[in-house]
Design a protein around this ligand. Structure first.
Ligand code: NAD
Length: 249
């Protein structure tokens, strides 16, 4: 579909779910994919299946991230594409939320994006080329659900971060965009939010949940040569879920 032959692509949260869909689509487009995740077993498998490499990475640990980024650059001389996709979404109401809950979700979903983008953006500036794609959510600025307050706040935060990062990257031929998935069929969506495919599909005009590869295709587009003049933008990929229907009165 899009040609990413020999591009070096780093995907965080690449072991499972949407991240794994991103890994597969980038690999199909010809990229060499660096799968970065805390889940070693699934990460090794995802990397092997994609003909890429696995690096254990915890996005809340900046030393660990810097170390992995340096290793990848030493080996491959560059990082062309970053898909910063890691995120968690445990349901927790404001009434029940502790400071520790808030910090855990915030640290992984938002600070983790900053920790990851920082060394990669620096490397991309050195090579005067880069494509950064951040995984936000429709919950960031369009939808909400009880128990999703901190999650929505982090996903909105990603959109604000993305626009300023785009302005910092632009003079260096680096684009920064984000993707906002609707309901994508992953094990975590089922486990954390109890969304089952058949029930969830009823809320989607296209009558199915998204597949991880639907988000992967969007990442490949933003990473492609065809998207070289698009930066600071976010694309909703949700099968029409957010579209309000004209009331039938
Ligand atoms: P998932 O749980 O299947 O995948 C998340 C991955 O992140 C896992 O491989 C996990 O091991 C990894 N991870 C967790 N904590 C980490 C850490 N500290 N460091 C490194 N890796 C870590 O989840 P998913 O459903 O695929 O969601 C992926 C992203 O998409 C998240 O950012 C999520 O907010 C976003 N999203 C998902 C949906 C959906 O419907 N599934 C919708 C909108 C947005």
């Amino acid at each position: 579909m899009f040609e990413l032959k020999d591009k070096i692509a780093l995907v965080t949260g690449g072991a499972n779910g949407i991240g794994n869909g991103i890994v597969k689509t980038l690999a199909n487009a010809g990229a060499r994919v660096m799968v970065c995740d805390i889940d070693e077993q699934a990460g090794e498998t995802a990397a092997r299946d994609a003909g890429g490499e696995f690096y254990k990475m915890d996005v809340t640990d900046s030393d660990n991230i810097n170390d992995v980024v340096q290793k990848i650059i030493q080996k491959h001389n560059r990082i062309d594409v970053l898909a910063a996709n890691t995120g968690i979404y445990p349901e927790v109401s404001i009434a029940d939320m502790t400071e520790a809950d808030w910090e855990k979700i915030q640290n992984i979903n938002l600070k983790g994006i900053f920790f990851t983008v920082k060394p990669v953006l620096a490397a991309m500036k050195n090579q005067n080329y880069g494509r950064i794609i951040l995984t936000s959510s429709i919950t960031g600025d369009i939808t909400g659900y009880p128990g999703g307050s901190i999650y929505g706040a982090t996903k909105a935060g990603i959109l604000g971060f993305m626009r300023s990062a785009a302005l910092e990257g632009a003079p260096h031929n680096i684009t920064v965009n984000s993707v906002q998935p609707g309901m994508i069929a992953t094990e975590s969506l089922k486990k954390e939010l109890g969304v089952l495919s058949e029930q969830g599909a009823k809320a989607v005009p296209m009558k199915r949940l998204g597949e991880p590869e639907d988000i992967g295709a969007t990442v490949c587009f933003f990473a492609s040569e065809e998207a070289k003049y698009i930066t600071g933008q976010s694309l909703v990929v949700d099968g029409g879920q957010i579209l309000p229907e004209t009331p039938d009165v």
